[in-house]
Write a protein that binds this ligand. Structure first.
Ligand SMILES: [Fe+2]
Ligand SMILES: [Fe+2]
Length: 234
């Protein structure tokens, strides 16, 4: 049973299918996941009682059956130890996002060139925001894979490791802010009516990237880091 004073992150842990609904309503379950659901709804101007009632009906009815099999992974992620969770994050999220970043980069350059004349107001800032996000994510992945994750695998709940975690959380927040700007800049990933198939495709890929990054940040901030800070080895 979901209540308004539950933390958003706890709602997702108990009901992984909530991710789909939270994405649709722009409820931040990764960097803003420590907020109470009620407070996040108030900030978005959503009437909390009826929303929570609907959420309960929908989620309890679906009983962890989702069209997206990946979301159900939250259930078994909570049972993984730190090493398993780190390997899972690299194998799934880092790999997928690296691929999407390269794909979007190429597509966005094409769209920028073809539609510059009529859509430069949207495409130039979008190109800048995407370039910033790509840079941030690529450097962040390298830092995690080459420095912080190997340290975390060997040193549990160490003061230095906890400082590293704080650094990563700050970088997640910076990526989350860029994503909010990208969402606004693309009109929530809605291509203009005169946009070609590539324009629509790049928006679709961007949305896919954003959903994966949110899920990724949630897995690190809400599952991996608390486990590390709690000194749980397995
Ligand atoms: Fe990561
Ligand atoms: Fe990260």
């Amino acid at each position: 049973m979901i209540t308004g004073n539950m933390k958003i992150t706890d709602v997702v842990k108990a009901y992984p299918e909530a991710i789909e609904i939270f994405n649709d309503f722009h409820i931040d379950y990764c960097c803003g996941g420590k907020d109470a659901l009620e407070a996040a709804l108030a900030e978005l101007g959503i009437e909390s009682n009826s929303f929570i009632e609907l959420l309960n009906k929908k989620l309890i009815k679906s009983s962890h059956k989702s069209s997206n099999g990946q979301i159900l992974a939250v259930d078994h992620l909570t049972e993984m130890n730190i090493t398993e969770l780190i390997d899972y994050i690299i194998d799934t999220h880092h790999t997928k996002e690296r691929y999407l970043l390269a794909e979007i980069d190429e597509l966005l350059n094409k769209v920028l060139l073809v539609h510059y004349e009529h859509h430069q107001e949207q495409l130039v800032p979008l190109h800048g925001l995407f370039s910033d996000l790509r840079k941030e994510l690529q450097e962040h992945f390298a830092k995690e894979e080459k420095a912080i994750f190997p340290y975390m695998k060997k040193n549990f709940n160490k003061e230095k490791g906890i400082r590293y975690v704080k650094d990563l959380e700050d970088e997640h927040e910076a990526a989350g802010n860029l994503i909010k700007e990208i969402t606004a800049c693309t009109n929530d990933f809605t291509a203009p009516k005169d946009g070609c198939a590539t324009y629509r495709l790049v928006f679709q890929k961007l949305q896919e990237l954003v959903k994966d990054v949110y899920n990724h940040i949630f897995t690190e901030n809400s599952l991996l880091f608390p486990k590390y800070e709690g000194g749980i080895e397995s």
